[in-house]
Design a binder for this molecule. Structure first.
Ligand code: SAM
Ligand code: SF4
Length: 411
């Protein structure tokens, strides 16, 4: 341990608290996709919509003392499939939010929708409820690939939903994945071209990952090899840059000024309150940062919430973890972050990670000047290796690590 670290204070000090976002989790889907490890559960019969909305409102109320006096900068309804809920239910949640916390007048309010539940009247209803950005899980415009992904919608529905979303909201993100089972470079190029026909302000292209506890993990599909996947990733980037998008984060592309503000707040290590089953929160207080996770199973969450105890895990982020957590997020951003943001958001001076930064710079993975800190193109290509440099030397216990390492990213 170097001298600078020894001289550091043991607790963070915040001059001002970070911007605060609100995440609202809706945990049901029509069918569980074989690649998905999100907290999403196949709907069996009707979803208990009214009961769940009551629980969300009670959840928010129970969290109010922890966000007292703070303004909400953005709201994100994620899932699962939030578009399974009726516009009336979304309206009730948003009305409850507005009645209880100050919402910025220009707040970005996103809802994740699935083309399988597409219904144009619903989109208009979501808009009327106050949703001003729709994130549509298209995944691919190719019939065979959608089938291989176990999606409930086909390419016709994907196109119809994308068209309706653009017409009604304008402010739309399309989620697509690449390196799909059996996908060739030509297939991927066709997907990009199909997405560009809609000219959405925002596109997310995720490299399909095989996650433990998914059907694809148990029965692996035939995937493109690493070289082909990298070639596909490069081709996607090239086409989107040519079409005027900025590749502003590992998986996110936006037209200038149309970056997702909610996700930017995560990546800049802002605060978020997450309500609903399994939702994660990160909240800063003048002398500590706290992480919380709600009960994950929808039924258990509803039962615990009825007793006023929705939080399953709560812990204070330690000094040895906070540098890693900050870098895990900030290094995903192509432009990186202002150097001063580290102290603003972690409550510690940048000397906390001086040794690791030097090592990363030495390996050509990070570039910094007196103003900004960012991953180099090499660092972005080997992001996991770069992030690993900042792993805490005295890692927390395994049960705590899962909390420290996971962070939500919405489309
Ligand atoms: C919370 S999901 C849900 C959105 C919506 N339920 C849907 O599937 O259309 C957000 C996005 O994460 C991406 N995603 C989910 N699982 C993934 C995986 N294993 N690898 C890469 N991307 C994944 C998908 O593009 C998905 O649209
Ligand atoms: S990918 Fe989307 S629709 Fe499929 S199970 Fe996951 S959350 Fe549900």
């Amino acid at each position: 341990m170097n001298d600078a670290v020894i001289a550091l204070p043991s607790a963070p000090r915040f001059a001002a608290l970070p911007p605060l976002s609100l995440y609202i989790h809706i945990p049901w889907c029509i069918r569980k996709c074989p690649y998905c490890d999100f907290n999403s559960h196949e709907r069996r019969g009707e979803v208990p919509e009214a009961q769940y909305v009551d629980a969300l409102v009670a959840d928010l109320e129970s969290a109010l003392p922890r966000i007292w006096g703070r303004r909400i900068a953005s709201v994100f309804f994620g899932g699962g499939t939030p578009s399974l809920f009726s516009p009336e239910a979304i309206d009730r949640v948003l009305a409850a939010v507005r009645a209880r916390v100050p919402l910025a007048p220009d707040a970005e309010i996103t809802l994740e929708a699935n083309p399988g539940t597409f219904e144009q009247a619903r989109f208009a209803g979501f808009m009327a409820a106050g949703i001003n950005r729709l994130s549509l899980g298209v995944q691919s415009f190719n019939r065979a690939h959608l089938a291989a992904l176990g999606r409930v919608h086909d390419e016709r529905e994907a196109r119809a939903a994308a068209g309706a979303a653009l017409e009604i909201f304008g402010n739309v993100n399309l989620d697509l994945m690449y390196a799909l089972p059996g996908q060739t470079l030509a297939d991927a190029r066709a997907d990009v071209a199909a997405a560009l026909e809609f000219s959405p302000p925002h596109l997310s292209f995720y490299h399909l990952t095989i996650e433990p506890n998914t059907l694809f993990h148990r029965y692996p599909p035939p995937l493109p090899d690493d070289d082909t996947a990298a070639e596909i990733g490069d081709a996607i980037e090239e086409s989107l840059l040519r079409a005027g998008y900025r590749h502003y984060e590992t998986s996110a592309f936006a037209k200038p000024g149309r970056e997702c503000r909610h996700n930017l707040n995560y990546w800049r290590f802002g605060d978020y309150l997450g309500i609903g089953a399994g939702a994660h929160s990160k909240l800063s207080f003048p002398e500590r940062i706290v992480r919380e996770i709600r009960y994950k199973q929808p039924q258990q969450y509803l039962e615990r919430m009825a007793r006023g105890e929705p939080v399953a895990e709560e812990r204070v982020v330690t000094r040895s973890e906070v540098g890693f957590e900050f870098m895990l997020n900030a290094l995903r951003l192509t432009d990186g972050v202002p150097v001063a943001l580290f102290a603003e958001r972690t409550g510690f001076p940048l000397t906390l990670v001086a040794k690791q930064l030097d090592a990363a710079e030495h390996r050509g993975l990070v570039a910094r000047d007196h103003e900004r800190l960012r991953a180099t193109p090499l660092g972005r290509r080997f992001l996991n290796d770069l992030q690993a440099i900042f792993l805490p030397e005295d890692p927390p216990r395994a049960s705590e690590r899962s909390v420290a390492l996971s962070f939500p990213v919405e489309g």
